[in-house]
Write a protein that binds this ligand. Structure first.
Ligand SMILES: *Cc1c(COP(=O)(O)O)cnc(C)c1O
Length: 379
């Protein structure tokens, strides 16, 4: 089945009792048993819920995996994966990681005895340098947020395999429309479904997709034991969002290209970060592993002054100033004070994230209107 057909049909089936074509919201916590232990596969909704099951199956199909696991947020999914580790284990990740992932790693798991190395992962030699017998996870996010560096997933998979570590790819920015990490050798794909997958800025959810049965059993155990599971209404919203993933992503990419090119040609704009540019340092890797380049763009203004960036953000009208990304509507943000404020200033600057950086999540509006808005704000 091709991707656009899968977004609509994979994992879901008409309701067996009524024929309802859309997956019902099974708003129930428990299920009646005929006799103790004699039930229809559902006992308690933290463990299983039919709406969640269909979403999990749809997610597995979209990423060419065998199993999907849905969580109450992207962070709950991340948390579940890190719980596979023990004190003394080590993780290698990228130095311009999503701020919330950096926070859970350093503030929650480091004090519990797990060691994290943050390296510029678009240079795979920096990963190899940190590999040792205690390395258990290699955690990739690509393109990175907000600097849009691209990490070579197949190369990271080779390093992980040699080290006997699991490769995790946070695929939130790309979605399976742009890249399917399991096909490139990743062991686990993790999502914030809150972003492009849900796509409508109306739900917070997360997921893990994988192939391996044994690893799935361990994660499913943790999902139920720790209980970070989503409610059925949220699962329904993501199922609904997924049905248009392919056409939304196509438009995000088209609009992203037009805006990246507009910004790059603008005399008052400095560096523009977008992996679709041929001169982007990782463009070759991006072109190899991605189907297109997405709608996330970061840029700085000429002169690189924070006050100028704030002024532009205040003037933008169609681009709403808000955290998050990946919805149908365009958003803008200031990573240094918003999404990445939990990363110390020194670490931020080391990773190249300047205080004047503006991040755009380009929506699926008519691009002429978006460009008009940028024109009036930048001047
Ligand atoms: C938003 C986001 C997360 C966290 O997801 P939540 O749903 O907000 O918990 C993780 N990784 C990336 C890349 C994100 O953008």
């Amino acid at each position: 089945m091709k991707f656009g057909t899968k977004t609509i049909h994979a994992g879901v089936h008409p309701d067996p009792t009524t024929g309802a074509i859309m997956t019902p919201i099974y708003q129930t916590s428990t299920y009646v048993q005929r006799s103790p232990g004699d039930h229809k596969g559902y006992e308690y909704s933290r463990t299983h819920n039919p709406t969640r099951t269909q979403l999990q199956d749809a997610l597995a199909a979209l990423d060419n995996g065998q199993h999907g696991l849905a969580f109450a947020s992207g962070m709950a999914a991340t948390d579940c994966i890190v719980k596979l580790l023990k004190p003394g284990d080590e993780v290698i990740s990228t130095n311009d990681l999503y701020g919330g992932s950096y926070r859970i790693f350093t503030k929650v798991y480091e004090p519990l005895g797990i060691k994290f190395h943050f390296v510029p992962m678009h240079d795979m030699a920096s990963v190899r340098e940190k590999v040792n017998e205690r390395t258990k996870l290699i955690w990739v996010e690509t393109p990175t947020n907000p600097l849009l560096n691209v990490i070579d997933i197949a190369a990271a998979a080779a390093v992980a395999k040699e080290a006997g570590a699991l490769l995790v790819v946070d695929n939130t920015f790309s979605t399976p429309y742009l890249q399917t990490p399991l096909d490139l050798g990743a062991d686990l794909v993790v999502y914030s479904l809150t972003k492009y997958m849900g796509g409508h800025s109306d739900v917070v959810m997360g997921a893990i997709v994988l192939k391996d049965d044994e690893l799935h059993e361990r994660l499913r155990f943790l999902q139920n034991a720790c209980g970070g599971t989503p409610g059925p209404q949220d699962c329904f919203l993501v199922l609904r969002g997924l049905k248009t993933l392919h056409i939304r992503m196509q438009r995000h990419c088209e609009n992203g290209r037009a805006i990246a090119e507009y910004l790059q040609a603008h005399p008052k704009v400095g560096k523009v970060y977008w992996p679709g540019f041929e001169q982007h340092p990782n463009h070759e890797v991006a072109a190899k592993q991605m189907r297109d380049f997405g709608g996330m763009i970061s840029f700085v203004l000429d002169g690189d002054r924070k006050e100028d960036a704030i002024a532009v953000l205040e003037k933008l009208e169609l681009f709403a100033l808000a955290e998050s990304l990946g919805g149908v509507e365009s958003l803008c943000g200031h990573p240094a004070t918003m999404t990445h404020a939990s990363i110390p200033a020194e670490e931020r600057l080391k990773a190249g994230l300047s205080d004047s950086l503006i991040r755009l999540s380009v929506g699926i509006e008519d691009v002429e209107d978006l460009i008009e808005d940028l024109k009036q704000a930048i001047g």
